[in-house]
Every structure is written in structure tokens, then in C-alpha cells.
Write a protein that binds this ligand. Structure first.
Ligand code: IPE
Ligand code: IPE
Ligand code: MG
Length: 257
């Protein structure tokens, strides 16, 4: 079992030079570059997605060992429906397969599986596996793993606006009560801290519609590594970069106060 509440005794993690007092509570990852990884090897794109799942396993395991509270991974965007239907079909089957294969281990390791996105539009098989995973892991106390599936930040905000308007119309909410906390409460990430660190692989400098509201003050680390090559050491390196950042949130440097 890789969940270890006594992480200080875990040599493998302690030797990494990480400051355990300054770990992010929430890490978000845009897992990009599966296609390019495959292309470089003369393989079909789908093989890149398969290799990407293996990378995800290692990162989930490491975040769990580090006692990170939340990990949100972008697995399929609302814009990814524009891809060839063969690739979409493969990705949906891969999701089903991943959940079937990994659920017991995730559960044993105390992970809470959740999703961000309009999952009601996913194929029935994938939805069934997701609901099974939610149910089996909902009372776990370890890492919250958010799988962003059919997720789009603008779509999420549109849904939130509809819900807020509905509550105003029915008299449950006053316009003056609409504040940041209220809006956050209508998002898929309701109740969770905003990401402290966003990692994007493959060198692309864009958000691609990921967590637009929640990333307002997130530290961004972009690496040229393609997602299937992203490993535990890369995560630890990203954490070290994060820990050197001065998070000001619009204020002044800590020593200038
Ligand atoms: C990320 O890899 C996975 C998904 C978007 C599903 P890509 O498939 O975008 O890989 P590249 O960007 O084409 O290399
Ligand atoms: C973002 O990657 C979505 C996921 C990683 C699931 P894309 O490959 O879809 O993003 P763009 O098209 O390069 O912006
Ligand atoms: Mg891509």
C-alpha cells in the first residue's frame, strides 16, 4: 500500500529536498503531449494516450504519498470532441479500462475519486464506472483525485450563472449576496481550495479552458516534457520551483510588509 500517513519516515520522499511545510494543497495538471510522444516514436496517437495513463498512475501515487489534499487532472476537454471519432472512442474506452483496473488500488490507498465536468454526456459505460468509483471511495480520507472529463471552464461558469439566476428568481438568493464564495459554491470544485500549483506539460503556454475561475492566483509551471514522460522526479522538480515562488496575491513581498 503506498498511502503513508507518516510521510516523514518515507525516505524516498524525504530525500527530494522538498519543504513539507510549504506543499501545495491543490495541484492541477494539464496532461498534454500524448500525441506528440507517440508521433516521435512512429506510433499511433492512441499509444500515447495509453502511455499517458501510466504516467498518471505514478503521479497519483506520488501526490498521495506526499499527502497532497487535491489533485485535478485535465483528461478530456469540452473542445476535445472536435477530434476524430476514433480517437474519442479510444479515450472513452481507456477511461473505462483505467477505472476498472485501478479502482481497487485507489480505494486501498484512501483516494477519493471525483469528476469535474459534464459527465452525463459521456458514454454509459464510462459513466457507470465513474459512479462505481465515486460510491466506493466517497468516504476515504486521502487524496481527492478530480478527473476533469468533458470539462470546460467557460461552460462551468455558464452553468454556475444559470444556477445563481435560478436562485435569485425563486427568491432563495439576493443579488447583494452574490460574492466570490457564492460563485465558487456553484462550481464543480465546490468546497475545495483553489489550485496552488498548475503544471502543464509539452511546453504550451495556455490554459485551454481549464479551471478559469479557480486558477486566478495559481502559480504556473510549464515543462517541455511530454505527458507520458512526466514522472515522479518531474513532479518533485515542479514542487521545488513552486516553493521558490513569492505568492503575493496582489499584496507586497513578505519582507516588505
Ligand atoms: C493530451 O495529449 C491528452 C488529451 C487532450 C486527451 P494530446 O492528445 O493533446 O497530445 P498532443 O498535444 O497532440 O501532443
Ligand atoms: C488540453 O489539451 C486538454 C487536455 C489535456 C485534456 P489540448 O491538447 O486539448 O489543448 P490545445 O488544443 O493544445 O489548446
Ligand atoms: Mg494537446
Amino acid at each position: 500500500m503506498w498511502f503513508n500517513p507518516w510521510r516523514r519516515k518515507n525516505k524516498e520522499v524525504i530525500d527530494s529536498g522538498i519543504d513539507y511545510q510549504k506543499l501545495p494543497r491543490h495541484i492541477a495538471i494539464i496532461m498534454d503531449g500524448n500525441g506528440r510522444w507517440a508521433q516521435k516514436r512512429g506510433l499511433p496517437r492512441t499509444m500515447g494516450h495509453r502511455a499517458g495513463v501510466e504516467a498518471l498512475r505514478e503521479i497519483v501515487k506520488t501526490c498521495s504519498k506526499l499527502d497532497i489534499q487535491v489533485l485535478s487532472v485535465y483528461a478530456f476537454s469540452t473542445e476535445n470532441w472536435k477530434r476524430p471519432k476514433e480517437e474519442i472512442g479510444f479515450l472513452m474506452n481507456l477511461l473505462t479500462e483505467y477505472l476498472r483496473r485501478e479502482l481497487n488500488e485507489l480505494h486501498q490507498n484512501n483516494v477519493v475519486v471525483r469528476a469535474l465536468g459534464a459527465i452525463d454526456q459521456l458514454p454509459d459505460e464510462a459513466q457507470n464506472e465513474l459512479f462505481k468509483a465515486f460510491k466506493q471511495t466517497e468516504n476515504n480520507k486521502g487524496l481527492i483525485l478530480n478527473l476533469a472529463l468533458n470539462y470546460g471552464g467557460r461552460g462551468e461558469l455558464i452553468e454556475a450563472i444559470k444556477k445563481v439566476s435560478g436562485q435569485v428568481k425563486s427568491g432563495k438568493l439576493r443579488i447583494t449576496e452574490i460574492d466570490e464564495e457564492c460563485i465558487s459554491g456553484f462550481l464543480y470544485t465546490s468546497g475545495l481550495p483553489d489550485p496552488d500549483l498548475l503544471i502543464r506539460t509539452s511546453g504550451e503556454m495556455r490554459l485551454s479552458n481549464f479551471l478559469l475561475w479557480q486558477l486566478a492566483y495559481t502559480e504556473i509551471v510549464v515543462t517541455d516534457k511530454l505527458w507520458p514522460d512526466f514522472n515522479k522526479q518531474d513532479l518533485l522538480d515542479a514542487l521545488k520551483i513552486y516553493q521558490k515562488r513569492d505568492r503575493r496575491f496582489g499584496g507586497l513581498k513578505t519582507d516588505k510588509r
